[in-house]
Design a protein around this ligand. Structure first.
Ligand code: ADP
Ligand code: MG
Length: 347
């Protein structure tokens, strides 16, 4: 649909987006997608036709990534941007306990972008899909007069009785997070300050891992009472669980799982601005780890699952009655009510 317009490329011997055109690009994408028995009709028709297992319900989620709002092209490779665009969507399916199946990719491409970066983006996107056992089934491609715009829809499925929502937490449940938190936020803080983060941090920020296997295990064992993926920060996302579960909670910041890199940073910045530095990391987002609640009677099973998946699952606090609000025990041991919870686009 529409025109790609004239484009300039730094790769005179390779086809440019202008010479390929919208349909050349779509054909190139189509050629890289493997056959999938759950996709009788994929890229190439007016709609994709896809199958969901009998007895399963369909899960659908969408995420938008806009240049200079969600990412800066100087700070992430196009390959990683492709992976991240798929990963943040897959993470939403993980947070329901589902299996990811089908993705749809909308892109608005700036007129000056070359064919090579677009190819790398697609390669990253498809690599991430393949890791999840999911298939790109369609999308839309057009020109953007400004920012690079990426809009991804993911569809997954789950047996209705296994679905884990945000609203199922009960007072007394323990609150867990997977992996480590704060790596991505620290990387972003450093990038914004003009400092190059170390390899580990940069990778955590630019190439998050959707915790699909963990989500699936927690759901199929009916272990999680409520679950969410951490995109806006531990407190912001726990806040969503508390609202929908009509509960309060207490989180012990001393139990938050920090990587050694983050621990070192917090240790080295314990001076006058120490509290601010800790805040950045504690309230930062984009970890794409899972935060979930478990009945206290079943905490042994969480430890066993952590060993099985070779993934740390750390208890960070306890669900309380709604009137309790959200409180945290600071690194200093002081307990206080949490006010500002994390990232919010319109604040
Ligand atoms: P329509 O005009 O009906 O929107 P298009 O010409 O935009 O159809 O797209 C043709 C086919 O290519 C469709 O199957 C569509 O889903 C697919 N497609 C378009 N852009 C992309 C993309 N970026 N990634 C994957 N599939 C795409
Ligand atoms: Mg279209």
């Amino acid at each position: 649909m529409g025109h790609m317009g004239r484009m300039h490329s730094n790769y005179p011997n390779k086809p440019t987006l202008a010479s390929m055109g919208e349909f050349g690009l779509i054909e190139q994408i189509r050629a890289q997608v493997d056959a999938d028995p759950t996709v009788p009709l994929g890229i190439g028709d007016d709609c994709a036709a896809t199958l969901v297992a009998p007895g399963h319900i369909l899960l659908t989620s969408k995420d938008l990534l806009i240049e200079d709002v969600h990412f800066k092209r100087e700070w992430i490779s196009m390959y990683q941007l492709g992976r991240k665009s798929a990963a943040v969507n897959l993470s939403d399916v993980a947070a329901m306990g589902g299996e990811a199946h089908h993705l749809f990719l909308g892109v608005g491409l700036p007129v000056d972008i070359g064919a090579d970066p677009v190819e790398q983006f697609i390669r990253g996107f498809l690599d991430e899909c393949n890791l999840a056992g999911a298939t790109l089934c369609g999308g839309d491609t057009c020109r953007s007069n400004g920012a690079l715009i990426i809009s991804v829809t993911v569809q997954g499925s789950i047996a209705a009785a296994e679905m884990v929502q945000r609203g199922g937490a009960h007072p007394g449940d323990h609150i867990y997070v997977s992996g480590t938190v704060g790596d991505s936020a620290l990387a972003l803080t450093q990038l914004q300050a003009g400092v190059t983060p170390d390899q580990f941090l940069l990778r955590r920020h630019n190439q998050p891992t959707p915790r699909l296997e963990l989500g699936r295990q927690l759901a199929s064992r009916r272990l999680a009472t409520a679950m969410i993926d951490i995109s806006d920060g531990v407190f912001a996302d726990l806040g969503h669980i508390l609202e929908q579960s009509h509960c309060g909670a207490v989180v012990d910041c001393r139990s938050l799982p920090f990587s050694s890199v983050v621990q070192e940073y917090m240790g080295a910045n314990g001076g006058a601005n120490g509290a601010d530095h800790a805040e950045t990391v504690i309230c930062g987002g984009e970890d794409y780890e899972l935060l979930f609640c478990v009945d206290t009677q079943r905490t042994d099973e969480v430890a066993q699952l952590a060993r099985q998946l070779d993934l740390p699952l750390s208890c960070i606090g306890t669900i309380r009655e709604q009137g309790f609000g959200l409180q945290r025990i600071d690194p200093s041991g002081r307990q206080q009510t949490v006010t500002a919870r994390g990232f919010n686009h319109f604040r």
